[in-house]
Design a protein around this ligand. Sequence first.
Ligand SMILES: C[S@@+](CC[C@H](N)C(=O)[O-])C[C@H]1O[C@@H](n2cnc3c(N)ncnc32)[C@H](O)[C@@H]1O
Length: 181
Amino acid sequence: MDIGCGQGRLPIGILRRLGSLNYLGLDIDKNSIQWCKKYIQNKNASFLFKHLNIHNERYNNEGVKIDNNFKFELESGSFDIVYLYSVFSHTTEHDMKIYLKEISRILNTTGMLFFTTFVENNIPNFTINPKDHHLTISGPLHVVQYEKNYLFSILKDYGFTIQNFSHKTEADGQSAVYLKK
Ligand SMILES: C[S@@+](CC[C@H](N)C(=O)[O-])C[C@H]1O[C@@H](n2cnc3c(N)ncnc32)[C@H](O)[C@@H]1O
């Protein structure tokens, strides 16, 4: 499951390198989902895409705000891997926590979670668009940054175990977090 699949970077790579598998891509950006359906799903029946009309100040300002009752319309324990590349880097802490709860529910008992966001040591716990950031901030929720120990404590609270962490190895200096349920 690829949450925030955008224009299908991951599924295009999977199809090139691994071939067919069961894949679900979700995104709050309608145009991206339409594009993925037209150019990926239509030719590859096991790759499915679905639009979620969820609010995000950067990507879907007209969407519906989520609360703790939010559920992906998916069965519990039905996924092996959940992947979010460059999504929690543009999501509020409030929304990330709701997603973490739901991701934990839909992953199976040996399920794995991968995501990227901006992570540093010895900074405030959570900052949106920090003033001293190396990127020139452009628009709302451009850079969502966590203090490393604070982020790890949230992940523990939602029942995840950290398997690996790589600092600033990803797009725009984001870090990668690899977790097990
Ligand atoms: C920077 S793009 C990354 C796209 C893709 N993951 C990639 O690596 O190419 C962020 C994507 O996350 C989506 N997004 C943002 N908030 C989301 C949310 N709450 N749920 C699902 N998708 C979200 C955006 O619409 C956008 O397509």
